[in-house]
Design a protein around this ligand. Structure first.
Ligand code: ATP
Length: 251
């Protein structure tokens, strides 16, 4: 039976209400390196959660652990998405269960056009947004649909990578450093699309070095420090707390 465990005794959790995505006491390793050291948090449906922290704090490792990508290896803990036990799944199964990981390197497939990259994501059901709907969200991709994906600008590649996740029927969008290396005007454009996607009911976790931009977008924030959670609360609270920002985010 895929029932949710009772997480209510765990002090780290922000809420004891049943969550859409629950991570409970997750510990992950790269070989002998112990990186994610007992992380627990909830994400509610339709919310944008920013996962923040200094370089090496364990943000990407936490995101990859949730996506079940193999490295790092989750050796302890549970991850539940809408009553499904992700911790028992492979990355392929977790993707089929509704996780859409947009990795930092974007993984555009060489030799394929923009449209072929999107079509490839829809090769098997469950299919998400239609191509027309994706081109409406990202007009630049529509204009460049016949262009080879890897020849796009950095910002356009990021849009394609997000569009490819949405092309599948996902429940949670996992974004790893989506703003990295992009000009502020492109960040504005991507931010607008993420707000639109949220308005359609999507749940999102964003890992981002650009903490201020991520906090402006997010409802909630979690701050990691050496693989443990040091803050879990409203994004606005972090923006307003100079001490917290200086101590853990250096901003
Ligand atoms: N493949 C790996 N093998 C061994 N250690 C790794 C590996 N990938 C990351 N680490 C280590 O895990 C720790 C956390 O890295 P992670 O990438 O999760 O941090 P981060 O908070 O996302 O940092 P950044 O913002 O710099 O990307 C770091 O000490 C890093 O050196």
């Amino acid at each position: 039976m895929n029932e949710k465990p009772d997480f209510s005794k765990n002090a780290n959790l922000a809420s004891t209400a049943p969550a859409f995505l629950s991570v409970w006491d997750m510990h992950s390793y790269y070989g002998e390196s112990y990186i994610v050291q007992g992380v627990s948090f909830n994400v509610h449906e339709g919310e944008i959660l920013a996962l923040l922290g200094r370089n090496g704090a364990g943000k990407t490792s936490t995101l990859r652990s949730i996506a079940r990508v193999g490295e790092p290896e989750v050796r302890h803990g549970e991850i539940w998405l809408d009553h499904q036990p992700l911790h028992k799944m492979t990355s392929y199964e977790a993707a089929a269960a509704g996780l859409g990981l947009v990795p930092e390197d974007r993984r555009i497939i060489p030799g394929l056009t923009v449209e072929e990259n999107l079509q490839l994501a829809q090769i098997a059901p469950p299919i998400g947004w239609s191509l027309d709907r994706l081109y409406e969200l990202f007009p630049r991709l529509g204009e460049r649909r016949k262009q080879e994906g890897i020849t796009l600008s950095g910002g356009e590649q990021q849009m394609l990578s997000i569009a490819r996740a949405l092309a599948r029927d996902i429940k949670v969008l996992l974004l790893d450093e989506p703003y990295e290396g992009l000009a502020p005007v492109i960040v504005d454009e991507i931010e607008k699309t993420l707000i639109h996607v949220k308005q359609q009911g999507m749940t999102t976790i964003i890992v981002e070095q650009n903490a201020v931009r991520a906090l402006e977008l997010a409802d909630r924030a979690i701050i990691l420090d050496t693989g443990t959670i040091v803050f879990d609360g409203a994004a606005k609270e972090v923006l307003e707390d100079t001490k917290l920002r200086e101590e853990y985010l250096a901003i």
